[in-house]
Design a protein around this ligand. Sequence first.
Ligand code: RRO
Length: 333
Amino acid sequence: MELAAELLGARFKNPVLLAAGTCGFGEEIQGVVDLGLLGGLVTKSVTLEPRRGNPAPRVTEFRAGMLNSVGLANPGARAVLAEKLPWIRDHLDGLPVLVSVAGHRVEEYWEVVETLEPGPGFVGFELNLSCPNDARRNGLPFALDPDALLRVVSGARERTRRPLLVKLAPNTADWGPVVHAAEEAGASALTLVNTLPGLLLDPRNRRPLLGAGAGGVSGPALRALGVYAVWTVARMTRLPILGVGGISSGEDAAEYLLAGASLVQIGTASFWDPRAPARVVDELRRFGISQGVHRVSELVGAALPPPEPEMSDPAGTRDGMGASGGDSGVIHG
Ligand code: RRO
């Protein structure tokens, strides 16, 4: 089966990328994960200034997944420009890399994009608007506020011609407004989903298990939410979608593709098993062959209901989309 995908002006040799926050800037996991077998990677989120991150423990496991509150630990945009991007250029042999961008303020996203824009070694930006572990804005991430999202993405769009991905949150009651704000602002693609806010307590000492208190849930528990998000949003937009959340097998990856994702990202599974991403690629290939699929693109959106004629639902009120659903019945290409 042909696994390669052309998207965002880049060629991905297969649709399996490493998700933001799970592979540093590539250098940190070199020798542990065989990056040459993967479709690409997304870096740790970069803020303008360096951040030390949250107190330990930053990660804990439970039966259905993992909870993290890393707190955006990263070396800051200037160090990424001076050291991390040149390393990527010199060592990753043209692997498509997306740089994840985060910030406390709307303007911080713009400043990070401006700082990194002249750098080498990367294809585009993934604007992380959905970090659950940032206490700013009373805990409400930009991804849950369509006006703030519009400002962040429009300003970033003015500062780069590179592809701009927008990473959204899973805890959204109605994706319509944020998806349409991302489209209006000039996003190139959507990444669905970030982790889901959660908390685990030690019942004996009655304190949170993580140093920072609450965190973001990832791993198997997140898969049904992620697939649902992709499946819902794919019917609202023509933007390509990158699916992420709980993928640990080739069939999990296929599920996201069938729901409408063009590429997928792996996070937590690679913490548990550094060979998981390469195994997912291999299993996806075998799965496709077993299904008589010739190209991975044949899977993309194949589980979506057929588009309805525009006029059959003028109010855009199809299931889950609400009145703001807009492009009702459109399956993105
Ligand atoms: O650094 C983190 O704590 C973190 C980020 Br920026 C994010 O986007 N998602 C997450 O689960 N953790």
